[in-house]
Design a protein around this ligand. Structure first.
Ligand code: C2O
Ligand code: CU
Ligand code: CU
Length: 495
């Protein structure tokens, strides 16, 4: 990284803390030497840690989630103190049918404020986990809402102001699966053939501890880990049969983007994205997934020889100066039993209409480049590194006002930006209309409903959406959680 840029960043970060901002940033700078951190390298293990499979709870019967400290083994043979919504890291998976009512009693047993945001669910403002919804230590909140949306792989995580990155990193997150009749009719692989794959990178020290103390460079690029975990276990394996598997993949990392593929399996099939099923199956050889995004994929292991070891890996990619330099293995599948497969990959999946761009009543433009290496700005003019349209998050200020039932186009412009920004909107699902610059195309997994879209350096991405009849104040932000916590988030209001 260029030194001039670093000096500006560290200067503005210090100013930010002095103005009453994030105190952990100050701790991070003061406790550790302010050296220029080189991109952290990934450590690959022996893939001898059995894949953890979260238990599944029925969301319609009334459940309780406690955010608390637990001790569990993330690295084989070592104990780590983590956070979780159950008795270890992460959470049981919540499963409900579309149309059902959900009643979740949340208790905050942490020593700091928390709350739960239901990422991808379209629910009332008071239930959405806006950062102003603060659940103080020791108290409870009852999240009650009706699932009025299609089947999909949604998820949940804390969203307290300035603490989201830390709490998610330490283990607070879970999958929220919605099923419906359209999806059920496809007879997709289920039970042992349907696996959650929550990918997260953690910085784990030799004693097993997970510290979260971002230095200025971590705030600038995001907090990267050197251990790639799946479902809370580092270097895991899973024994599988010669069948077609459904993997519900969630990038639950704070900042890391993965370009996923499989060894021994040249193509796999994307059937769903953030907002549920695609219209038609997309055959791909790799899949780039940024923090917050989900992909529902079918992988055909049916004709692979017994004993074969298959790795899910992340390939190197052009991710500017902060990401993509390394390729590494994520987890191992071992073909351990031969059975007959009768299911075949469906081609048509779902019917929904593509929102015509002519139906948009307004286009909003957001500069997200945050080109802090340029000649302007610097320590004296800005309190935060990452902004949207030149603004940093203000809990009270309404930045955009939209009308329920109307369609708009929003444009995120990262043309001149050095960083990757997965942009996420609460309270609405959108379709990706165009991407110019950078990768220059709409990717296969972006052909359906989305709530998070990656804007790589050099890219301008247009999305289109119709705001639901669900009035209230919601946030939209970068899902790089260090960017979000350092201010790359705004409020919008549906009226
Ligand atoms: Cu998963 Cu406001 O985010
Ligand atoms: Cu969200
Ligand atoms: Cu960002």
């Amino acid at each position: 990284m260029d030194r001039k840029r670093f000096l500006k960043i560290s200067g503005s970060a210090t100013l930010f803390t002095l103005t009453g901002g994030i105190t952990w940033l100050l701790e991070g700078c003061m406790k550790k030497s302010m050296k220029i951190a080189k991109a952290i390298s990934v450590r690959t293990g022996n893939f001898d840690n059995p894949l953890r499979l979260p238990s599944i709870v029925d969301g319609s019967i009334g459940i309780s989630l406690k955010a608390k400290k637990n001790t569990t083994s993330v690295i084989k043979g070592k104990n780590s103190v983590v956070l979780g919504y159950g008795d270890s890291i992460l959470s049981p998976t919540i499963k409900v049918n579309s149309g059902q009512n959900v009643n979740i009693d949340f208790k905050n047993q942490l020593e700091e404020i928390s709350n739960i945001h239901w990422h991808g669910l379209i629910i009332p403002e008071s239930m959405d986990g806006h950062p102003q919804n603060k659940i103080v230590p020791g108290s409870s909140f009852s999240y009650q809402f009706t699932i009025n949306q299609r089947a999909g792989t949604y998820w949940f995580h804390p969203h307290p102001h300035l603490l989201t990155g830390k709490q998610v990193y330490k283990g607070l997150a879970g999958m929220f699966i919605v099923n419906d009749v359209e999806e059920t009719a496809l007879g997709l692989p289920s039970g042992e053939f349907e696996l959650p794959v929550i990918i997260q990178d953690k910085r784990i020290y030799s004693d097993g501890s997970l510290n979260y103390s971002p230095e200025p460079t971590d705030v600038m690029n995001g907090y990267f880990g050197d251990h790639i975990c799946v479902n809370g276990s580092w270097s895991p394996y899973h024994n599988i049969k010669t069948k077609i598997y459904r993997l519900r993949i969630l990038n639950g990392s704070n900042a890391r983007v993965y370009d996923l593929s499989f060894t021994n399996v040249s193509n796999f099939y994307i059937i769903g994205s953030d907002g549920g099923l695609l219209a038609a199956t997309q055959t791909v050889s790799s899949l780039m997934l940024s923090p917050g995004e989900r992909a529902d994929v079918l992988v055909d292991f049916s004709s692979i020889a017994l004993g074969t070891e298959i790795y899910l890996q992340s390939n190197s990619f052009n991710g500017g100066e902060s990401q993509g330099q390394e390729s590494f293995k994520v987890m191992k599948f071992i073909i351990s039993e031969q059975v007959a497969e009768t299911f075949s990959i469906p081609t048509a999946l779902s019917t929904f209409t593509l929102i015509p761009s002519t139906s948009s009543v307004k286009t909003r433009y957001f500069e997200i480049a945050n080109d802090h290496s340029g000649g302007h700005g610097g320590a004296s003019s800005s309190a935060s590194i990452h902004k949207i349209g030149g603004k940093s998050f203000d809990m009270e200020r309404i930045d955009e006002t939209v009308t329920a039932g109307t369609t708009e186009i929003w444009e995120f412009d990262n043309s001149n930006g050095p960083d990757l920004h997965p942009m996420h909107l609460h309270g609405v699902h959108f379709q990706v209309l165009s991407r110019t610059g950078g990768r220059g195309v709409i990717l296969p997994h972006e052909s359906g409903w989305k709530d998070t879209v990656l804007c790589m350096p050099g890219e301008k991405v247009k999305i289109i959406m119709t705001f639901p009849n669900n009035p209230g104040k919601f946030v939209f932000h970068c899902h790089n959680l260090e960017h979000e916590d350092s201010g790359m988030m705004l409020n919008y209001k549906i009226t």
